[in-house]
Design a protein around this ligand. Structure first.
Ligand code: F3S
Length: 147
């Protein structure tokens, strides 16, 4: 089961999720990101990292309306693997806005990595994914499946 970006990301784009994804499964639209469900390894790092709770696991009820959108647009939008300063200056103003999809969703692609400032590198890898043992990873996935 994949992670799913919901409409809460629209107009917020905090980018913390991209920085911790161990498999670079994020794709950038004009004002939100999506996750490629085939590439996602369901580690949960991005779910915990998003400051506005915009990402859920695919088997949660909140994910259902957004599963298809993530699959569709991750095939159309460019890959984004690091925070290139995409967060809008007024992101906080949109955090609690209801109906963001109807009001603000854009099918246009974002710039992805190509549009980010040259020389910006990944600054923070998720320590859980990168440092834990293989057994630890397996146990975490098993615990996740039993929830
Ligand atoms: Fe969006 Fe949250 Fe990532 S606001 S860009 S899903 S950190």
């Amino acid at each position: 089961m994949t992670g799913v970006v919901t409409d809460a990301c629209i107009k917020c784009k905090h980018m913390d999720c991209v920085e911790v994804c161990p498999v670079d499964a994020f794709y950038e639209g004009e004002n939100m990101l999506v996750i490629n469900p085939v590439e996602c390894v369901d580690c949960g790092c991005c779910v915990e990292a998003c400051p506005v709770d915009a990402i859920v696991f695919g088997d949660e009820p909140r994910a259902k309306p957004w599963l298809e959108l993530n699959a569709k647009y991750s095939a159309l939008w460019p890959n984004v693997t690091f925070d290139g300063g995409q967060t809008p200056a007024d992101a906080d103003q949109f955090q609690a806005v209801a109906g963001k999809f109807e009001l603000y969703f854009s099918p246009r692609p974002g710039a992805g990595d190509i549009g980010s400032p040259v020389g910006v590198a990944r600054t923070s890898a998720c320590s859980r994914c990168h440092d834990e043992t293989a057994l630890g990873k397996i146990m975490r996935i098993v615990r996740r499946l039993w929830r």
